[in-house]
Design a protein around this ligand. Structure first.
Ligand SMILES: CC(C)(COP(=O)(O)OP(=O)(O)OC[C@H]1O[C@@H](n2cnc3c(N)ncnc32)[C@H](O)[C@@H]1OP(=O)(O)O)[C@@H](O)C(=O)NCCC(=O)NCCS
Length: 127
């Protein structure tokens, strides 16, 4: 059963500005440790696009839940990894994982796309 759907669009330049201003501190607030390592392997604009894509994905998840991020759903406890085919997959830990279980969410479907200016993501929640 479908339990929720959410999407988000993020401006890459805005993410770039926040990253240039706040550096790693900014990354800690929106990425998991694994994602920070993934971001650090990308250079220049590619890094900003990657971060914007992850941020759009997490915002989309917050919308699909209907509660947004924060509280029970912490961005640092969400890791979006690419499988062998490159497709993104969501992995959650800690309090966020418990919350999704409490909400009866068994599967998170996700799609991400990014261009020079914007990143977008869609999330579908299934029981
Ligand atoms: C995979 C593909 C659809 C990505 O589209 P694109 O226009 O190049 O790039 P977009 O910005 O729209 O999308 C990039 C995002 O697509 C997602 N993606 C990559 N491969 C994917 C796949 N196989 N399935 C679903 N989503 C995928 C990733 O989340 C990626 O962003 P990330 O690397 O930051 O996580 C495109 O490169 C393609 O069709 N490639 C040829 C076929 C191919 O390589 N297939 C995958 C191997 S079977």
């Amino acid at each position: 059963m479908v339990l929720g759907i959410g999407n988000d669009i993020t401006e890459v330049a805005r993410i770039q500005r926040l990253y240039e201003k706040n550096g790693i501190t900014f990354l800690f607030t929106i990425l998991s440790q694994d994602e920070i390592s993934m971001a650090e392997k990308r250079n220049g604009k590619g890094r900003a696009e990657f971060i914007a894509g992850r941020w759009a994905a997490k915002e989309a998840l917050g919308k699909a839940l209907g509660t947004g991020l924060g509280g029970n759903c912490s961005p640092s406890e969400i890791t979006i990894r690419n499988n062998d085919a490159g497709a993104p997959e969501v992995h959650v830990t800690g309090r966020t994982a418990s919350y999704l279980t409490e909400r009866g969410i068994g599967k998170i479907w996700i799609s991400i796309s990014h261009e020079k200016e914007y990143a977008i993501a869609t999330v579908l929640l299934e029981s």
